[in-house]
Design a protein around this ligand. Sequence first.
Ligand SMILES: *Cc1c(COP(=O)(O)O)cnc(C)c1O
Length: 385
Amino acid sequence: MKKKFLTFGAPVIRQEEIDEVIASMKSGWLGTGPKVAQFEDAFKAYKGVDHAAAVNSCTAALHLSLLSIGLKPGDEVITSSMTFCATINAIIHSGAVPVLADVDFRTMNIDTKQLEAKITPKTKAILPIHFAGRPCDMDALMAIAERHKLKVIEDCAHSIETAYKGRGAGTFGDFGCFSFYVTKNIITGEGGMVLAKRKEDIDRIKVMALHGLSKDAWRRFGDEGYKHYYVTEAGFKYNMMDMQAAIGIHQLKRIDACWNRRQEVWQRYMEAFRDLPLTLPPDPEEGTRHAYHLFTVLIDEEKTGLNRDSFLNSISKKGIGVGVHYLSIPSHPYYQNAFKWRSKDYPNSDLIGRQTVSLPLSPQLDDEDIDNVITAVREVLKGDG
Ligand SMILES: *Cc1c(COP(=O)(O)O)cnc(C)c1O
């Protein structure tokens, strides 16, 4: 076994990224500038869309998208009870009331029947997450949105490469929000991107991401003579820096190669764990592309003889960094107090939250790392942890 701890979700950083960041620093232009514009263009080309705005996180992308749909106090936004807290917090900070629908136990994506049952006259939008990189049932979801005249904001933090029937995640809804956080499939350190169907939405999001300053305010320090800027809205400080975009530009160039490696790792795990008493992730559905962001296994104490938290402890002690994605949203005290949510009312999310473990899945893993993960999982389950 390697001595070094295998960090969960470690990104692949190459010399190209390092050189580009240094070039940014030497240029004296660290903030939002030409590299951000270049990264936006490259991302638009990758997703095949016309409108995108880079921001400093997916959380900011979600917040600005939600603000763009004109929510009034008391309006409701339906999302899934199995997601990262940022999804819920963005809804709260947009002034709307988050409403949860449980997930399908197998796919971990929002259950569209439960989603439709949660719709009220106050519902304004739905916010699906393509969990672990597996696309939601977009035919059913978009049909519901159309029937009830709801906006759709896709949380694509796990799903940069994801596609459903040939169409990319984040291009179905009114908005698609992406994350380039350090553990995501491509990274800029911190960073995010918003896609929007309508140009006017992206124009406004760019204004809102930079204090609410009039369009292209970053040009004010350029060499075309001094320009005043004007505040047209009370905005936020959500812009991406050129230093971040410098990383993203090169990460995006390697996205297909990285995806291939993710798929290889996924398949190695699927084969190696077939005989173990674990619940493995289902194969990608036909006609879809999985982003292979997370490889989640479920540890059912009745089958394995040890509970999830013991598994986490034992495997960490063997030098393997693992994650939990996620405890169910209603199991957190803040939401229990604020919304009277109870995890038992979302039984699938509740059970996933108590059983799930994410194993390392990153193009950074070499074959020896994969073997080490496989050996560690087998040893822990055999009880010699
Ligand atoms: C990571 C993540 C976010 C937040 O992304 P940031 O870029 O860190 O703000 C939102 N939703 C989901 C599902 C995530 O996994």
